[in-house]
Write a protein that binds this ligand. Structure first.
Ligand code: PLP
Length: 532
């Protein structure tokens, strides 16, 4: 081959051309700045029509600017969720300490599959996992874990360990001739259905326990369901508790769940199910575990202090769990993907080894240096460890306390203001977290009375269907008339998690995720509701 053909490609794409790269990064950041300066950022419309029918690959080798040009319209057409008016979900701006970590990671492009490919990046994973483990398990001696592609996959690891613990060597033998079940709450994330299906348990064998008004699993019903399942000669592989449900931020009482599953499984002489905690959304509330309520350094209001105090009981419960899911790309304000699956006792990882024959090789050195021995994934990105350590040490423990406390403060403020309006009702009044779900009914209606009647079972289907459609209609009305320059973007859920008498409750939803979302945004939400 003519040598210059290859040289040209190496020069453009395999030599780090600092000025060219910095220039393009600068241009991309300029674009972000330009977006910020627009009084109203409207996302470009999509062109799916020809995306598939008209793909393109340049013919002749180009340069980095060609790379830039190929993605630029899609970069501009993507919302970075930096706006303080975004309140739809636990989705928001990634912090810039995380960006530093992520860029460092991309420059080296480590593969966490084995440490011979990534050396100190695997060591960083150990450090990041241990930091997070100490935070959520409080004081734990022997934790271990890995970063995964997302909360769904982290939950899947928890479910898989449960299956292996209760049906030994399922990895090899499969699930033939066994009856296995799993348990979650009705407010649990739908990823639990995903894992029940993908692990071969079957979604039909995943049981959802109704919750109380705070979207917390009903403990008596959990006990009864376990007895019913055991009476049917079925093994319960796992119970997945929720620490922060996606809509209402319901929190399960993990300490009590631990007692119940130990008691009931012993009574029926069955193996204890894996107790996994899905804290994908809620884990960062643990930052406030050690906030000094007496000193109240941040000057938090009495409402927020009370939330922090009540939270403590529930977050201390996480240490009773066998394993936990943490999404750092949610309330860690990190980049995707940065989800961690962490076990309280590293011995539990032995259940994930491919086959019993591999167990003799289960030594500390092996699984530290070669996580691919037990991970679902083979190649794994290191964005998680880099994002976590850069963020935790940039922002700091106190910085995270400030961020989380601010979210709680804003949620408390919105609750208070909504409850002053007779035709509004906060539905997750006693939930401890940054989400508010509420009703807006036509003026003249007494939302609290209607809610009490619904909970008491005193509304006919015709009546509540009518109220629910009013709530939805008003949401749509606001959406159609809102001013995108000042009005927050909210979302609508058709089932907030608590289902009294089996009735799914729809509601407006707002999440205080963006640190910039402030009192003025809350006041404007109230104003926009009053003007409907
Ligand atoms: C977001 C979320 C998940 C799924 O996490 P991904 O990272 O999106 O896969 C699971 N459980 C809860 C409670 C969540 O909020």
């Amino acid at each position: 081959m003519k040598k210059e053909l290859l040289t040209n490609i190496i020069d453009n794409f395999f030599n780090c051309n600092r000025s060219e790269i910095l220039q393009i990064i600068n241009e991309l950041i300029n674009t972000l700045k330009a977006e910020e300066n627009l009084s109203c950022f409207e996302i470009m419309s999509r062109n799916y029509d020809t995306a598939q029918s008209n793909p393109e690959i340049h013919y002749i080798p180009g340069n980095l600017k060609d790379a830039r040009d190929a993605i630029f319209p899609y970069f501009w057409g993507t919302d970075g969720w930096y706006s303080k008016l975004h309140m739809e979900n636990v989705k928001g701006p990634a912090n810039y300490a995380s960006l530093i970590g992520a860029i460092a990671c991309l420059l080296k492009n480590p593969n966490l599959c084995v440490d011979t490919y990534s050396q100190r990046s695997n060591e960083l994973e150990l450090k990041a996992i241990t930091s997070l483990a100490n935070l959520v398990f409080y004081h734990t001696k022997n934790p271990w874990g890995i970063f995964t592609m997302g909360g769904t996959i982290s939950n899947l690891y928890g479910g898989k360990i449960g299956i292996e613990k209760t049906h030994p060597n399922a990895m090899k033998r499969g699930l033939r001739d066994v009856k296995l079940a799993g348990i979650v709450s009705e407010a649990a994330h739908y990823s639990n259905e995903t894992l029940a299906g993908w692990l071969g348990l079957g979604t039909d064998n995943l049981y959802s326990i109704p919750t109380d008004e705070s979207c917390s699993m009903d403990l008596q019903l959990l006990r009864e369901k376990m007895e019913e399942i055991y009476n049917g000669k079925t093994t319960i592989a796992f119970v997945i508790a929720t620490f922060g449900s996606t809509d209402a931020f319901g929190i399960d009482d993990i300490k009590s769940i631990r007692q119940i599953i130990n008691e009931v499984s012993a009574k029926y002489n069955m193996p204890v199910p894996q107790l996994h905690v899905d804290a994908a959304a809620g884990w960062s509330l643990c930052f406030l575990n050690e906030y000094d309520l007496e000193k109240n350094e941040f000057g938090l209001s009495s409402e927020v202090l009370s939330v922090v105090e009540r939270l403590r009981y529930y977050s201390m419960g996480i240490q009773e769990a066998d394993s936990v899911t943490i999404d750092f790309h949610k309330m860690g304000w990190g980049h995707y993907p940065a989800s961690a699956f962490i076990v309280n006792n590293r011995e539990d990882l032995k259940y994930l080894f491919r086959s019993k024959e591999e167990l003799p090789y289960f030594s500390e050195a092996d699984y530290r240096h070669d996580p691919a021995l037990f991970t679902l994934e083979t190649s794994r990105p290191a964005i998680g460890p880099f994002s976590v350590m850069a963020s935790l040490n940039g922002i700091g423990l106190k910085g995270y306390q400030i961020l989380v406390a601010h979210s709680l403060e804003m949620a408390a403020l919105l609750r208070k203001k909504l409850n002053n309006l007779e035709y509004c009702k906060v539905i997750n009044q006693n939930c401890l977290g940054p989400s508010v779900v509420w009703w807006v009914l036509p003026k003249g209606r007494d939302a609290s009375v209607i809610y009490e009647k619904l909970v008491a079972g005193e509304l006919s289907e015709k009546e509540y269907t009518r109220y629910f459609s009013e709530i939805h209609r008003l949401f749509e009305k606001r959406k159609n008339v809102l001013n995108p320059e000042i009005d927050a973007s909210l979302s609508f859920t058709t089932a907030m998690g608590y289902n009294p008498h089996g009735i799914a409750i729809p509601a407006w939803k707002g999440v205080f995720f963006n640190p910039k979302t402030d009192e003025s945004v809350v006041r404007q939400i109230i104003k926009s509701i009053e003007e409907l």
